[in-house]
Structure formats: structure tokens, C-alpha cells
Design a binder for this molecule. Structure first.
Ligand code: FRU
Length: 493
């Protein structure tokens, strides 16, 4: 039987063996071993808590524990003891994803327990210290006997708990009659739960075409932002549509209205949240200061992960502040990152042509880069990152298409997955303007590209050589310019 004690002992004795070559400096990641989804992202006891799906014993996915880090600013993370281990009959197959909520001064974790037959049921653990968690005596609190009609008990996971008015609610990913869906449950005390209904249309799936998939809508999350109800989830195997959903699994959000009586979520459209390569299982939380902040796993299933050789795998994105404008979610890096800026270099009005231009002082692999292009008559304006003798990662604006493209085909170690196409990802940049602004964060092996003030984001892991620290700017098919570029090193460690 696995236990927290064994996991923590193992981590303490083996953390020294992890090789640091690909590790980040300002992104949350496990000390050792594997991590996937963020879980229980919450502010409690004056700190930000972030739990994650964790296998401490190896750099591949295996029986899930909950790892735990805390922070005061989303940037510097402190490791805490493993919070949950699969040590009870109802979760012996793994403590799968879930969420956290404060109630009566205590921190509750709600997660999915897998029993020895892979039945998925919802469980609770509670803590006053925010460090040591005790599983509830009443576990599982939502059993296989409490599922709705047509629901699969083997696909019933990732509860996201929230409060509305007098009640607690939980949205849970599932399949109903072999189609992806999300179930809504209600409780007065987090212990006794009742099934309310399905968020998605399960009677007439043809009316919600995206929900015809025979796959789970993993990791649902509910938030209210600027008066809107927003339901986010990670549907498996969503088919590609134009330049959206190119990864094997996607994160989407829907804007609409959650009917708390029927469970139905009424919405019109849904959008992909991040158009890059490595982004999954996003979860958000609302802070006491009113901000809603999102994190996500900065990886994708079914890909090779070079850091596995080094004894670890998986990390989280730089958390993002969310806002709702013009019918869509805007994402901005948390403002706390500003305190980590150092060594500013700023230049203006640099003419661009086909020959890439380097700028003195603008280089590195752990930094923030703000650049505004004037597109002029060029077809393409762009920046090369992680540039070295053999490698480059391109981020460019395809002016005709109105899309920003991230190309990692020559980045370094090749990353391949189940997808048809592993070279590029592209997102609509918003209104076609004569200028384009990018705000890019690099952290040794990652790139997060915020387009036009957070209208779109592309996230990717990049495994270049250590010496690949060059940055240059270019235009194709005409003349353009860099109106302004600012670089800051990010010094977190
Ligand atoms: C999503 C997911 C969840 C599940 C967890 C298991 O990435 O498949 O649905 O709870 O990972 O680690």
C-alpha cells in the first residue's frame, strides 16, 4: 500500500538525483517524478496553494498522489509534503484530479478516488494547517450509486467545487450514454450530495455538436467573471476545426448561464483557451482581492518528454489573470511577475527586412520580452527565440491570415505526439491591425506568448541546447519595423 510517509521519505532521499538541465526557474513543477493536472488551486491561510497530480516514484504517470506547493506570489513556490496518497480501499487505484474550497476556516480537498476496480467516486480530505490532510470518514461522499441516468461509473472524475448562495456545487467530468458530459451535484455541507443534472444537452446531443464525442470532458471548472457564467473543461479528442483544437486534447471555455435547478449550462459558442502545444487541465480560482487566476498543466498527453531522462516531468504555466471583454476571455500573466524583472533593455524603431536583426542586450532564455511590430507591407513579421547554431523557435504574425504562429520544428529535441502535425500551432490575433504586440515569457525550456494584450496565448515547451540564447527579429515579403522592444531578465532563483 502506498502512503504519504513513504512518498515523502522517497522524495527526501532521491530529490538530489534530479538533473536540472531542463528545469524552470519561475514555474511550479514537482521536485522529482511526474506531475500532470493542477488540482486544488486555492487561496487559504494567507497563501496560494497548488496541488497537482503526482507520481513521486518515477517520471512517468502511475498511481496518482497529490503533490503540493505554496506561494505568496505565484512565482516563488515552496514544496510541501505530499497531501494525498492512495492509501484507502476507495482510492487505492489513485487520487485523481479535484479542487479545493475553504469552509468554516478549514481547507477541503475534493478529489476522485479510484477503487481496485477502477470505479471513480468523489472523496474529501480536510485540513486546518493547510499542510496535513485527513480523509473524511464518510468517503466516498459521491458514490457510484449516486450517478445520474446513463452515466458511466468508470468515467466520473475531477470534481470542481464552488459555492453559490446557500449551497455548494460540484461540476464533474463524465460520459452519459457514451457521450462526453459534465454533471452538476449540490450539497449543503460538502458531505451529503445530491445529483442535480447534466450541464450538456444529453437528450439531443446533435444540438450541441461538440458534445457528441465518445470521450470524457475532463477537469471541468466553473467561474463567474464580470457578470458572466463561464464553464471551462478539457475535452479529450476534440476534432481539429481550422486552427483550433490541433492538439489531441484541448481546453475550452463556454460563456453562458448555469441553471442551478436543472444543471443545464446554456451557451452559444466555445473557444480554445490556449492555441499552443502544451496546455491542459486548466483550473481557476478567485482571490480575496477579486482577481480570477488560472493555471494549467504545461504539457500534453501522449508526447515524448525529454526531462523524463532527468527524473522529472511536467510543470504548470505562469498563472494568468482572467478578464472578460468583448465576449471572450483575456489572459494576462499575474502582475506579481513584475517584481522579478531585472536588467531592462529597451530600443525603438528598428527597421526589419529578411535579414534577421539582433539587438545588443536582447538575448537569453529566462526572460520577458515585449515587442510591438509595425507590419508595414510585410507578409510576415516575427521573432526567433532560443536561437543557436542549429536551432531556432519562430513566433511570427502571418499578416494575411491574421494569425500568430509558433513553430518549434527546429527548436531542439523533437517533440512528437499523437497529432497529425507537430511543427506549428496558430491562433487568430484578434482584429487585423497594422501593429501586433507580443509579450513573451521564456523559462529555460518554455515559451508563453501573449498576443495583443492577452486576446490569445500560445504555450510550448522548447528543448534547445543550453547555448541557444539568441533572439532576433525579422520580416518577410516587405518592410516592417519593431516599433518598440523591451527585454527584462526574470530573476527568480
Ligand atoms: C486529465 C486526467 C484527469 C484525471 C487525471 C489522472 O489530465 O486524465 O481526468 O483525473 O488526469 O491523472
Amino acid at each position: 500500500m502506498k502512503s504519504k510517509f513513504k512518498a515523502n521519505e522517497y522524495i527526501a532521499s532521491n530529490r538530489g538525483a534530479v538533473c536540472h538541465k531542463y528545469r524552470h526557474t519561475y514555474h511550479a513543477m514537482p521536485e522529482i517524478g511526474w506531475c500532470n493536472d493542477p488540482n486544488g488551486f486555492v487561496y487559504y491561510g494567507g497563501k496560494i496553494h497548488l496541488f497537482y497530480q503526482h507520481n513521486p516514484y518515477g517520471a512517468g504517470w502511475d498511481t496518482m498522489h497529490w503533490g503540493h506547493v505554496t506561494s505568496r506570489d505565484f512565482i516563488s513556490w515552496e514544496y510541501q509534503p505530499v497531501a494525498l496518497a492512495p492509501d484507502m480501499p476507495y482510492d487505492v487505484g489513485g487520487c485523481f484530479s479535484g479542487s479545493a474550497i475553504e469552509k468554516d476556516g478549514m481547507l477541503y480537498l475534493m478529489y476522485t478516488g479510484l477503487d481496485s476496480e477502477n470505479n471513480q467516486q468523489q472523496c474529501l480530505a480536510v485540513s486546518q494547517s493547510g499542510v496535513e490532510f485527513t480523509k473524511a470518514l464518510n468517503n466516498p461522499v459521491i458514490t457510484s450509486a449516486m450517478v445520474g441516468e446513463g452515466m458511466s461509473v468508470k468515467d466520473f472524475r475531477d470534481p470542481y467545487v464552488f459555492r453559490r448562495g446557500e449551497h455548494y456545487y460540484s461540476v464533474i467530468g463524465t460520459k452519459v450514454n457514451d457521450r462526453g458530459n459534465i454533471a452538476l451535484y449540490r450539497s449543503d455541507d460538502l458531505i451529503e450530495w445530491e445529483f442535480v443534472g447534466y450541464c450538456m444537452n444529453s437528450d439531443k446531443p446533435q444540438e450541441d455538436n461538440y458534445f457528441e464525442l465518445n470521450a470524457v470532458y475532463e477537469c471541468p471548472c466553473f467561474m463567474q467573471l464580470d457578470g458572466q457564467d463561464i464553464l471551462m473543461c478539457s475535452p479529450q479528442f476534440l476534432p481539429q476545426q481550422g486552427s483550433e483544437f490541433e492538439n489531441v486534447h484541448s481546453v475550452v471555455y463556454m460563456v453562458g448561464k448555469l441553471d442551478l435547478e436543472s444543471g443545464r449550462f446554456h451557451y452559444d459558442t466555445f473557444h480554445e483557451l490556449d492555441g499552443g502545444f502544451d496546455f491542459y487541465a486548466a483550473q481557476s480560482t478567485t482571490l480575496p482581492d477579486g482577481r480570477t487566476v488560472l493555471t494549467a498543466w504545461m504539457q500534453m498527453w501522449d508526447r515524448n518528454i525529454p526531462s523524463q531522462e532527468d527524473g522529472w516531468a511536467g510543470s504548470m504555466v505562469l498563472p494568468r489573470e482572467l478578464s472578460f471583454r468583448d465576449g471572450r476571455l483575456y489572459q494576462q500573466p499575474v502582475r506579481e511577475i513584475l517584481s522579478y524583472r531585472a536588467n531592462e533593455v529597451e530600443r525603438t524603431d528598428i527597421a526589419l527586412g529578411q535579414q534577421p536583426v539582433r539587438i545588443a542586450g536582447v538575448s537569453g532564455d529566462t526572460l520577458e520580452l515585449l515587442v510591438t511590430f509595425e507590419c508595414g507591407d510585410a507578409d510576415v513579421v516575427g521573432v526567433k527565440l532560443f536561437e543557436g547554431k542549429e536551432h531556432e523557435t519562430l513566433v511570427y504574425y502571418d499578416v494575411q491570415a491574421g494569425e500568430v504562429v509558433l513553430d518549434r520544428s527546429k527548436s531542439g529535441v523533437a517533440i512528437a505526439g499523437a497529432e497529425a502535425q507537430n511543427a506549428t500551432r496558430r491562433v487568430c490575433a484578434g482584429k487585423q491591425l497594422e501593429t501586433l504586440s507580443l509579450r513573451i515569457f521564456l523559462d529555460n525550456t518554455s515559451a508563453e506568448v501573449f498576443v495583443n494584450d492577452g486576446y490569445a496565448v500560445l504555450t510550448a515547451n522548447i528543448y534547445a541546447d543550453e547555448a541557444d540564447e539568441g533572439i532576433s527579429f525579422y520580416a518577410l515579403g516587405g518592410k516592417a519595423k519593431v516599433k518598440k522592444v523591451t527585454k527584462y531578465d526574470i530573476l527568480a532563483k
